[in-house]
Write a protein that binds this ligand. Structure first.
Ligand code: AMP
Ligand code: ZN
Length: 118
């Protein structure tokens, strides 16, 4: 999608503080962090929202979830049992989604957090 912000980050056309990449997904720091650690994990394939996901996208969504604790810990999050993390996906207008390319928010670090609207 030529007019999609996250597709442009994936293509290297817009800079981002990247923390992870593989064939299927990319992770980078959120530009406006709501917690001491705030990463976004995006699939490399453009999918607008979670409601648009098709069976071919299911594996990468699982990978995005599964890698979240590791990326949080590698980027300053505290591990369990004292630490932890929060994963959030906003879907559509009522979900508070602003960028229409599926992304998982990964929030971590010592509280209090500035917080998201959840
Ligand atoms: P959402 O409201 O779930 O669509 O979240 C979009 C997120 O993208 C917000 O937390 C923004 O701070 C973040 N964001 C917007 N532009 C950029 C950018 N250029 N690089 C990194 N994160 C961004
Ligand atoms: Zn996109």
């Amino acid at each position: 999608m030529s007019d999609c912000l996250f597709c442009k980050i994936i293509a290297g056309e817009i800079p981002a503080r990247q923390v992870y990449e593989d064939d299927d997904m990319l992770a980078f720091h959120d530009i406006n962090p709501a917690a001491p650690v705030h990463l976004l994990i995006v699939p490399k394939t453009h999918v607008a929202t979670l409601a648009d996901v098709c069976p071919a996208d299911e594996a990468v969504l699982g990978k995005m979830m599964a890698i979240a604790p590791r990326l949080a810990a590698e980027n300053g999050g505290r591990t369990l049992p004292d630490g932890g993390l929060r994963v959030v996906m906003n879907v559509g207008p009522d979900g508070g989604q602003e960028v229409y390319h599926v992304h998982l928010h990964v929030l971590a670090g010592e509280r209090p957090w500035r917080g998201m609207a959840v």
